[in-house]
Design a protein around this ligand. Structure first.
Ligand SMILES: NC(=O)c1ccc[n+]([C@@H]2O[C@H](COP(=O)([O-])OP(=O)(O)OC[C@H]3O[C@@H](n4cnc5c(N)ncnc54)[C@H](O)[C@@H]3O)[C@@H](O)[C@H]2O)c1
Length: 386
C-alpha cells in the first residue's frame, strides 16, 4: 500500500487498535474501512461477530491484521492486557436502543457507565489513547422546546443548534427512565474529561447524530428476536419489507438529522490518524442538512422502497401509536437534534457528503437484497401456522 499522510503532512504509521464493540453496526463499518484502506491492525472485542464475519474469514489479504476476541467486558480479566497491547482503544460497546432505556434502565446504566469505567481506567493507568463513543442524546431537549409554540425565538438557531462547548444537557424527570441512557453517557463523558484534566488521559469523545446504513440492528424474527424493537431505521425497514403500515410514535413529530454511516466513518478515521488535532476534543458527527421529522422519514422511506422493489405505495402508509403503547411507561423524547459542525470542520476539515435521499436509497437497496426473501418465508410460515 502506498504511504498515507495525515492532515499535517506526516506519514501515517500502522497502529494497533483495541476496538470494543467491534461486532456492532458502527464497529463493523470501522473494521471494514481499516482493513480495506489502511495498514492498521485491530484487536476486535465483542460478544458477537456475525457483522464482521466477512472480515474474519481465513485467507483475506488483511487476515494477519484482525483478531477477534469473544469477550464480555463486564467480567473478563483479559481486557486490560488487550488495552495494554494496543496503541489506541476505541470503545463502542453499549446498550443503545431507545426501546431498552425505559424498560431495562438498570442494564442501560450499567452498560453505558459502569462497564465503561474499567476501559477508561485501564487507558489512563497505562497512558493509552482513548476514543470513546458517546451520543447526541447527551444534549437531551433543546432550549427551544420550552418556548411557546408561536415564539419567534424558535427560528433562532441559538435555541436549537447543539454545540459541544456551549449547549446545556437538558433531561426530563427521573420517572422518565428514557433519560437513563443519556445521563449515563453524560457521566462517563464527564469522567473521561476529568481523567484528561487531572491525569493527562489522551481522549476524544464522539457524539453520533443518527448514523444509519446497512447492518444497523436487526429485522425482528429474521436475524433478531421476533418481539425485539430495534432503532427507527430497522423498525421502518421491517414494516416496509412486510408491506405493513409504518408505526409513528406520538405522531412522528420529533425532528432528527440522519447521516450515512460511510460519511461518519471518514470522520472517525481522521480522528484516529490525527491525534494532535483530535485529542481533548468532543466532536458532534452528523449531517445538519439531512433534517426531517420522523413522519417525513417514514414517507420518504416508503417512496424510496417502492422504487427499490418496483412495487406500488401501500394504501395505508402509516399508523399512529402512543409512546406508552410502543415503548412502555417512562418514555420521553428529545424534540430536535441539529449538530453544530464548527469544531470538527476546524480541527479535521471534515464535512458530510451524502444526501438523505441517496443514503436511504443505498440502505434500502441493501435491506431489500438482504432480507426480502427471508421476511417472505417467515410470513408464509406464520400464515401456515394460523
Ligand atoms: N448508531 C448511531 O447512530 C449512534 C448514535 C448515538 C450513539 N451511538 C453510540 O455508538 C456506539 C456504537 O453504536 P452502534 O450503533 O454500533 O451499536 P451496536 O449495538 O450495533 O453495537 C454495539 C456493540 O457493542 C457490543 N457490546 C455491548 N455490550 C458489550 C459487552 N459488555 N462486552 C462486549 N461487547 C459488548 C454489542 O454486542 C454490539 O455488537 C454506542 O456506544 C452507541 O451508544 C451510536
Amino acid at each position: 500500500m502506498a504511504p498515507r499522510f495525515n492532515l499535517d503532512g506526516s506519514e501515517i504509521q500502522p497502529l494497533k487498535i483495541c476496538m470494543i464493540g467491534a461486532g456492532g453496526f458502527i464497529g463493523s463499518h470501522l473494521c471494514e474501512k481499516l482493513m480495506l484502506e489502511t495498514e492498521h491492525s485491530v484487536l476486535a472485542i465483542d460478544v458477537y461477530s456475525d457483522k464482521i464475519q466477512h472480515l474474519l474469514e481465513a485467507g483475506k489479504p488483511w487476515s494477519k491484521r484482525i483478531e477477534f476476541h469473544k469477550i464480555n467486558i463486564k467480567h473478563d480479566s483479559r481486557l486490560e492486557g488487550l488495552i495494554k497491547l494496543a496503541d489506541l482503544t476505541i470503545n463502542l460497546a453499549a446498550i443503545c436502543t431507545p426501546a431498552d432505556y425505559n424498560t431495562r434502565p438498570l442494564d442501560t446504566i450499567y452498560s453505558n457507565f459502569i462497564d465503561a469505567l474499567p476501559v477508561v481506567r485501564y487507558c489512563s493507568d497505562n497512558n493509552k489513547r482513548l476514543i470513546h463513543f458517546s451520543t447526541c442524546e447527551v444534549y437531551g431537549k433543546t432550549i427551544g422546546s420550552f418556548l411557546p409554540r408561536d415564539s419567534p425565538l424558535l427560528r433562532d438557531p441559538a435555541f436549537y443548534v447543539l454545540k459541544e462547548d456551549e449547549s446545556p444537557c437538558i433531561f426530563g424527570p427521573i420517572e422518565k427512565q428514557r433519560w437513563s441512557y443519556a445521563c449515563a453517557k453524560q457521566l462517563i463523558e464527564r469522567l473521561i474529561y476529568a481523567e484528561g484534566a487531572e491525569n493527562d488521559l489522551q481522549f476524544t469523545i464522539v457524539r453520533p447524530f443518527n448514523w444509519i446504513g446497512p447492518r444497523m440492528d436487526f429485522i425482528p424474527g429474521v436475524d433478531g428476536p421476533s418481539e425485539g424493537v430495534p432503532r427507527v431505521l430497522a423498525c421502518f425497514s421491517t414494516n416496509l419489507l412486510k408491506g405493513e403500515p409504518l408505526k409513528l410514535v406520538d405522531g412522528g413529530k420529533s425532528q432528527r438529522t440522519f447521516i450515512f454511516i460511510k460519511d461518519a466513518i471518514e470522520a472517525v478515521l481522521l480522528m484516529i490518524e490525527n491525534p494532535d488535532r483530535a485529542n481533548g476534543y468532543i466532536f458532534n458527527v452528523g449531517n445538519p442538512q439531512n433534517e426531517v421529522t420522523v413522519r417525513e422519514l417514514a414517507l420518504l422511506m416508503t417512496q424510496i422502497y417502492c422504487k427499490v422493489n418496483g412495487g406500488s405505495r401501500p394504501e395505508i402508509p402509516t399508523v399512529d401509536v402512543s409512546s406508552k403503547e410502543f415503548y412502555g411507561e417512562g418514555y420521553d423524547d428529545s424534540d430536535k437534534r441539529i449538530p453544530d459542525m464548527t469544531i470538527i470542520k476546524r480541527q479535521l476539515g471534515w464535512e458530510p457528503k451524502t444526501s438523505l435521499d441517496d443514503l436511504l436509497e443505498s440502505t434500502l437497496t441493501y435491506q431489500h437484497k438482504t432480507y426480502a426473501h427471508a421476511v417472505r418465508q417467515v410470513m408464509s410460515r406464520s400464515h401456515a401456522a394460523i
